[in-house]
Design a protein around this ligand. Structure first.
Ligand code: IMP
Length: 173
């Protein structure tokens, strides 16, 4: 089994902190729109919105994957969503992990073209050592070294997504 990196309880506590920080970023009467990246972001989104003490709306996008999970080639594209008019909305991208930054960069460009009122990004995990492009990230759950992380929505060839904790496995070759 994967070696534990963060327990379910540590994740829960950090998600509550992220939700509290996020809440201060928008006008009190606003309903921010959360856009999560499938598949890895589904569990983080579910916990994050339940920790928000205000109305929010949600949506999902699916991006093309590129090569294996450890080698990146080309620019990712959006193949599904968002299904909502984002114009003038306060939009929050919810992503499981920012690694090279290419996925987030492509998604930000796509969403900015829809003229949102604002665009923020919250990521659960950040691997700064692997970044290839500079991309703004407003809130980070945990900064981690260059290790391959699974669980809490993240997978290794579709395995381990349903683990309630974050763990480390040997990277896929
Ligand atoms: P980026 O475009 O390189 O920033 O890649 C982001 C995507 O790569 C994430 O949404 C994940 O799907 C995948 N990824 C990167 N590192 C990991 C990892 O350690 N575990 C699982 N998936 C990862």
């Amino acid at each position: 089994m994967p070696r534990t990196l963060y327990t379910a309880e540590q994740i829960r506590a950090r998600v509550v902190e992220l939700a509290t920080s996020l809440a201060t970023r928008f006008p009190a009467d606003d309903t921010p729109h959360f856009v999560a990246v499938l598949n890895g972001g589904f569990m983080f989104l579910a916990d994050l919105v339940r920790a928000m003490t205000r109305p929010v709306t949600i949506d999902f996008v699916r991006m093309t994957s590129y090569g294996s999970a450890t080698t990146t080639s080309g620019s990712p594209r959006i193949v599904h969503g968002p299904g909502t008019d984002l114009r003038d909305r306060h939009v929050v991208i919810v992503e499981d992990i920012v690694d090279t930054g290419l996925t987030l960069q492509a998604l930000r460009r796509h969403l900015l073209a829809a003229r949102p009122g604002s665009l923020s990004t919250v990521v659960l995990l950040d691997k700064p050592g692997r970044r290839r492009v500079t991309v703004p990230v407003d809130l980070v759950g945990f900064r981690i070294p260059d290790e391959f992380v699974v669980g809490y929505g993240l997978d290794c060839d579709e395995a381990h997504r349903n683990l309630p904790y974050l763990g480390v496995v040997a990277p896929p070759s």
